[in-house]
Write a protein that binds this ligand. Structure first.
Ligand SMILES: [Ca+2]
Ligand SMILES: [Ca+2]
Ligand SMILES: [Ca+2]
Length: 291
């Protein structure tokens, strides 16, 4: 059982108010530690959500979307880490949105932009724990694969016999591949279970289209008592920095772009969703409240 589950379980057992700082807490009754969600096995596997946040602001929407589905009680036992700043070789400004990650992931996010070495150490530690316990690692590559490469290299260096096919790396974007350090991409593609899926920015290609200029869903998203504040922060910071580097047209139009979340839909088996509205139909209003 993951450490935070033990902590939250013990909190319930002793009903101690002092346990409030362990986040996020979950409703234990909803937490089935051995459950298959898509290809992910809860209680065993680790989910890494990687975001480059450079220079497209859409990662802020993607981070909010990932945090939204992770709050669904069905995902209560999903062990995860979110990492901001996993960019590769692209020029331009990193988009500062720490509050999006703080609100979305609490203590389970790492800042690879400001302190890459610490992020690498912490994520590698979590990965090693999962691998040692027999689990697999599922990586949503919201950007380039440089950070993934470095994590895998650390693991391989410390455990030469490890089967690196236990890293399942999901990528949806030609552009992300093109801005990964070429030799790192080649190595990750060869060593991991690397899965290139159809682009999450477009429809009718076998993956959802989470990129839309349609702003109609903002009302229900911002009104949501659990994730409304998170989405407001993602919207605000996204609009503030849109065009500093790349001008995201859907976000400029007031809509949504959490296209990178298509990779998570592949991992967790909700890839049949058509679009952003279908995502919100599935995951808004089902959230587990943080305590
Ligand atoms: Ca991205
Ligand atoms: Ca698609
Ligand atoms: Ca996009």
């Amino acid at each position: 059982m993951p450490l935070h589950r033990l902590l939250s379980l013990s909190c319930l057992l002793v009903a101690a108010a002092s346990c409030g700082e362990q986040t996020p807490l979950v409703v234990e009754a909803e937490c089935d530690t051995s459950q298959q969600i898509g290809e992910f096995e809860t209680g065993r596997d680790l989910f890494l959500a990687h975001f480059d946040v450079k220079t497209d602001v859409d990662d802020l929407h993607a981070a909010a979307a990932v945090a939204t589905f992770l709050r669904d009680p069905r995902f209560a036992c999903v062990e995860y880490r979110a990492i901001a700043g996993t960019y590769g070789t692209q020029e331009g400004d990193y988009v500062e949105g720490p509050n999006v990650f703080e609100l979305g992931f609490g203590q389970r996010w790492h800042d690879a932009h400001h302190d890459r070495a610490t992020a690498l150490l912490e994520v590698t530690t979590a990965v090693r724990r999962t691998l040692n316990a027999g689990g697999d690692v599922w990586i949503m590559e919201g950007g380039q694969s440089d950070f993934t490469h470095d994590v895998m290299m650390e693991i391989k260096g410390a455990t030469p016999g490890i089967d690196l096919k236990r890293f399942h790396v999901v990528q949806h974007s030609d552009w992300n591949e093109g801005t990964t350090t070429p030799e790192k991409l080649a190595w990750v593609k060869e060593q991991s279970d690397y899965r290139k899926i159809a682009d999450g920015n477009f429809s009718t290609n076998g993956t959802p289209n989470y990129n839309t200029p349609d702003r109609a869903d903002w009302g229900r998203v911002l009104a949501d008592p659990t994730v409304g504040t998170l989405w407001l922060e993602a919207k605000t910071i996204g609009e503030r920095h849109n065009g500093d580097g790349y001008l995201n047209p859907s976000i400029a139009a007031g809509g949504f772009d959490f296209s990178d979340t298509a990779e998570a839909s592949h991992i967790f088996g909700f890839q049949d969703q058509a679009d952003a509205s279908a995502f919100f139909d599935a995951f808004l209003g089902t959230e587990t409240q943080d305590e």
